[in-house]
Ligand binder design. Structure first.
Ligand code: 13P
Ligand code: SF4
Length: 303
C-alpha cells in the first residue's frame, strides 16, 4: 500500500519510542492486520497475549470490551483504544444489574459471560468464555444447567453440542445475526463445490448449513490446514481479506457483513492514538478486581 507507507512507518517508529504493542483482532483491515499489528488473533488469543507482553503501552485495535479486558489483566499498563466509540451490540445488550437480577431469580445456576461484555457484567459472573472455549467452559462446572450470556445464538450453538442445559439471555451480534440458512443453501445451489465456514455467533440454522463453525482463529486455521479450492467465510468481511494473502491457492467467495464498530479503527486513528497517547481505557479498580477473577478462571482452564 504505497499511499499508506508513511503512516505505517510513523506508527511503527512511535511504537518503539513508546514501548507500545499493537494487539489487533482478526476483524481489523489488512493494512492494520499485516502493516502495524504485533499480535493478531481471536478474543481468547488477545486476552492471553495481554498478560504476556512486556510493553508499557497496549494499543487495542478492536472494540471497547477488548481494551477493558487488557486493562483488567494488565492494570499497570496504559491501554489505548484508537476510537472510544468502537462498541459491540452484544456488550450493549446487558448490564451488571441485569446479571444480578438473573442470579437472584436463579440461585445456584452458574453464570458464564461471553467475553463480549462490559467489565461491569464480567464482575457479576462466575467465569468468562470466548467462542474458542465456550463448550469447555460450559462443561467445566459439572452442573446440569448453566447460563451463557448474552449471545443467544452462541449459547444455542454450544447447547447443541452438550448434554448441559445452556440457558440464554437476549443478545445477538448485529453482524452475524443477519446471515440466513436460506442464503447459504442458495450459494451451495449455485456452487456445490464451495466450502462454507461460519462463526458460532450465527443463528443455529446457519451453523447447521455450514461445513465447519468456530471462532475467528479456528476459521483461519481451518482454511490454512484444509486449503479448500473455494471457501466462503460467514463472518465479518476483513477475515477473508486478511487470510487471502496467506493462502494464494484458495478462492474466497465473499458474502460478508461489516462490523461498523471494528471499522471505526483506522490507521490514521492508531497514529493519533500513539502521538497523543489517547484514548485511555481504565476500568474502575473495584470492578476490575472482580472481573479479573472471571477472566483469569477462563485463562487458567486446562485445554
Ligand atoms: P472471536 O474472534 O473470539 O471469534 O470473536 C468474534 C467477535 O465477534 C469479536 O467481536
Ligand atoms: Fe460485536 Fe459482532 Fe462487532 Fe464482534 S462483530 S464487535 S460481536 S457487533
Amino acid at each position: 500500500w504505497p499511499a499508506l507507507a508513511p503512516t505505517i512507518h510513523a506508527i511503527n517508529r512511535l511504537k518503539k519510542e513508546r514501548n507500545a504493542v499493537i494487539l489487533a483482532h482478526n476483524y481489523m483491515t489488512p493494512d492494520i492486520f499485516h502493516g502495524v499489528a504485533d499480535i493478531v488473533g481471536d478474543s481468547l488469543q488477545l486476552a492471553i497475549e495481554a498478560t504476556h507482553t512486556d510493553a508499557d503501552v497496549i494499543v487495542q485495535c478492536g472494540v471497547h470490551f477488548m481494551a477493558e479486558t487488557s486493562n483488567i489483566l494488565s492494570p499497570d499498563k496504559t491501554v489505548l483504544i484508537p476510537d472510544m466509540k468502537a462498541g459491540c451490540s452484544l456488550a450493549e445488550s446487558i448490564t451488571g444489574a441485569d446479571v444480578r437480577a438473573l442470579r437472584e431469580r436463579n440461585p445456584g445456576v452458574p453464570i458464564i459471560t461471553y467475553v463480549n461484555t462490559s467489565a461491569d457484567v464480567k464482575a457479576e459472573c462466575d467465569i468468562c468464555c470466548t467462542s474458542s472455549n465456550a463448550l469447555q467452559v460450559v462443561e467445566s462446572f459439572g452442573t446440569d444447567k448453566v447460563f451463557l450470556i448474552p449471545d443467544k445464538y452462541l449459547a444455542a450453538n454450544v447447547g447443541n453440542k452438550t448434554d448441559v442445559e445452556v440457558l440464554v439471555s437476549d443478545g445477538a451480534c448485529e453482524v452475524h445475526e443477519r446471515f440466513t440458512a436460506q442464503e447459504l443453501r442458495d450459494y451451495r445451489k449455485i456452487d456445490p463445490e464451495v466450502k462454507i465456514i461460519a462463526h458460532p455467533e450465527c443463528p443455529p440454522e446457519v451453523v447447521a448449513e455450514a461445513d465447519f463453525a468456530g471462532s475467528t482463529a479456528h476459521m483461519i486455521d481451518w482454511v490454512k490446514t484444509k486449503q479448500p479450492e473455494k471457501v466462503m467465510m460467514i463472518t465479518e468481511c476483513s477475515m477473508a481479506d486478511n487470510v487471502a494473502s496467506e493462502t494464494p491457492g484458495v478462492d474466497f467467495i465473499r458474502p460478508c457483513n461489516l462490523c461498523p464498530h471494528m471499522k471505526r479503527i483506522t490507521l490514521g486513528k492508531i497514529l493519533d492514538s500513539l502521538v497523543e497517547m489517547r484514548e485511555e481505557v481504565v476500568v474502575d479498580p473495584s470492578i476490575a478486581e472482580k472481573a479479573r477473577i472471571a477472566v483469569e478462571r477462563m485463562i487458567n482452564l486446562k485445554s
